[in-house]
Design a protein around this ligand. Structure first.
Ligand code: ME8
Length: 518
């Protein structure tokens, strides 16, 4: 039985169209999901949209729409973005889905049954942009009278009757959880959360009466749940909670909640506390990735630098964009992108190095060997190259990807690609055609073996292009798991069946900068 693996992204606010940060998170989660599938795990992957709350209600009002109309329209863009970027989710959840209301009310009732909910009056600061309550001590001064949240968003004074969750009761278990190795990664985010808990937790306001766009609080007229209560619950709705389904038993607790660094507090303090209260097991890991910046700057409407991720994918190609994002940014830290950086990085590594290696090798086999593979003897140099490639693909890259260190894992892979190109230069197969045709065949077929390993290993990052190379090589679809890497029987099988290498199509053509960005 393969080990189940459940991964989720944050669910995005569909109060506008998706931006590059949304694309970044979806792609990273997809790389992890695909990587785990290639490791032979049984993966469930959930993403979606977070559609309730004041932020959505206000945006809809501004546009003269109902919140539901706005949510329906915008959620579609998020799902289309995931589809367009080859994000292989199993469920795209919307918090307006009927089963999500059932699950949210069920967790509410479980917390209430535990005695953790009580009615009181809330008086304090609220940021609609963050959908978060803040303590006076966390605020900074903005312009004039304005006060700002730690995220730099305006806060407003709020007074209303509200249900409260006894967060303070969970101070000790939360501290223990935050200190337990591996729960919150990267480690740099841990201290801030520990300090926040140590400073003393106040009970949390968990319902609103001033608007009705949300999940209704059971048996409490006029109250809708605080949007984060229902939003976080999406992770268990998607497995069938509160029913004791097979999916629930298989995939909960989640292996990984992948989120951005700005919402770590919700995922490592509020969510575990709700789960403890409801008697539900805690997720195994929360990873707070960094922010993606446009030439070092946050994207915003006022700076006019907001990029549609689908336009980037159209200009540069889906797999190229995916590769760039996972390669360029040290996962966990903030990173920057620009069209120049995408072109420079991917031309150097994908077009000129890996793509060219595959193209040259397959062309030479097609031209000089009539595309026919045959059994061959390897030399020490050939075996040394194959060992380098094998170790990068079978050990280096998977070891780093398991730690979510994607750029380091890809670096290991890239070094093996460079080793192949060095081998081509050293062996100069083109010159061997006349002098030693047998050796030429051995060199080209050694490269054939190497390219198969390289294409197989990089599948999570560039799924379509890697599949195209594996197809050209003739690798059967059912033999592309990481566990297949050490095997070489596939080559003998291709020889036996008389596989013919066709004239190859370039997998990664060189990119040019689009006019407007050069
Ligand atoms: O926070 N770079 O939704 P959201 C990288 N609905 N990641 C970024 C980013 C950037 N520039 N900007 C945002 C919400 N993100 C809530 C989540 S989960 C139960 C509810 C990330 O649309 C952000 O950190 O504001 C979050 O993980 C995700 O995009 C959705 O952000």
């Amino acid at each position: 039985m393969s080990e189940p693996y459940y991964i989720t992204t944050a669910i995005s606010y569909p109060n506008g169209r998706p931006h590059i940060g949304h694309a970044y998170e979806a792609i990273a989660a997809d790389v992890i999901a695909r990587f785990q599938r290639l490791q032979g795990r049984d993966v469930r992957f959930q993403t979606g949209t977070d559609e309730h709350g004041l932020k959505m209600a206000r945006k809809a009002e501004e546009q003269g729409k109902t919140p539901r109309e706005l949510a329906d329209e915008m959620s579609g863009y998020f799902q289309a973005m995931c589809d367009g970027l080859d994000v292989s989710y199993d469920r795209f959840i919307r918090t307006v889905d009927a089963d999500h209301h059932v699950a949210s009310q069920a967790i509410w009732k479980a917390m209430e049954a535990k005695g953790d909910l009580y009615l009181d009056r809330y008086e304090g600061w609220y940021s609609v942009r963050d959908e978060a309550y803040y303590d006076e001590s966390e605020l900074t001064a903005g312009e004039g009278e304005e006060k700002l949240s730690p995220q730099g968003t305006p806060v407003e004074w709020t007074v209303e009757e509200s249900w409260f969750f006894r967060l303070s009761k969970y101070q000790e278990p939360l501290l223990e959880l935050l200190k337990s190795p591996g729960f919150l990664e990267p480690e740099s985010r841990r201290n801030e959360m520990i300090a926040f808990v140590e400073s003393g937790l106040r009970d949390l306001s968990v319902s609103r009466t001033s608007f009705d766009w949300g999940v209704k609080v059971p048996d409490s007229d006029g109250h809708v749940m605080y949007v984060w209560v229902d939003a976080l619950t999406n992770y268990i709705t998607g497995l069938g909670y509160p029913d004791d389904t097979e999916m629930w038993r298989k995939f909960w607790p989640a292996s990984l909640h992948l989120i951005g660094k700005d919402i770590v507090r919700f995922h490592t303090i509020y969510w575990p506390a709700f789960l403890m209260s409801a008697g539900i097991a805690l997720p195994k890991q929360v990873f707070g990735h960094g922010f993606l910046l446009n030439r070092g700057q946050k994207e915003s409407k006022s700076l006019g630098n907001v990029t549609d991720p689908m336009e980037l994918a159209e200009s540069f190609g889906v797999d190229t964009l995916r590769y760039f994002l996972m390669r360029e940014v040290a996962f966990g830290q903030d990173g920057s992108y620009s069209p120049e950086a995408i072109v420079t990085r991917t031309n150097a590594e994908l077009a000129n190095s890996f793509g060219n290696l595959a193209q040259r090798t397959l062309s030479m086999i097609h031209k000089n060997m009539d595309g026919r593979l045959e059994a061959f003897e390897t030399t020490e140099a050939d075996e040394a190259l194959l060992a380098t490639v094998r170790s990068a693909c079978h050990e280096g890259l998977p070891r780093e990807f398991e730690k979510l260190a994607f750029s380091i894992g890809i670096d290991e892979w890239m070094k093996a690609v460079y080793a192949c190109n060095q081998y081509v230069d050293d062996q100069a197969p083109w010159g061997l055609k006349k002098t030693d045709p047998e050796r030429m065949k051995a060199v080209l077929q050694t490269l054939y073996l190497a390219i198969r390993d390289l294409a197989l290993a990089i599948q999570p990052v560039t799924p379509t292009k890697a599949a195209a190379v594996l197809d050209m090589l003739g690798i059967p679809a059912g033999e592309r798991l990481y566990a297949d890497l050490p095997d070489r029987g596939w080559f003998d099988a291709l020889v036996a069946k008389g596989h013919v290498v066709e004239k190859p199509m370039p997998a990664f053509p060189r990119l040019e900068l689009p006019e407007e960005s050069s």
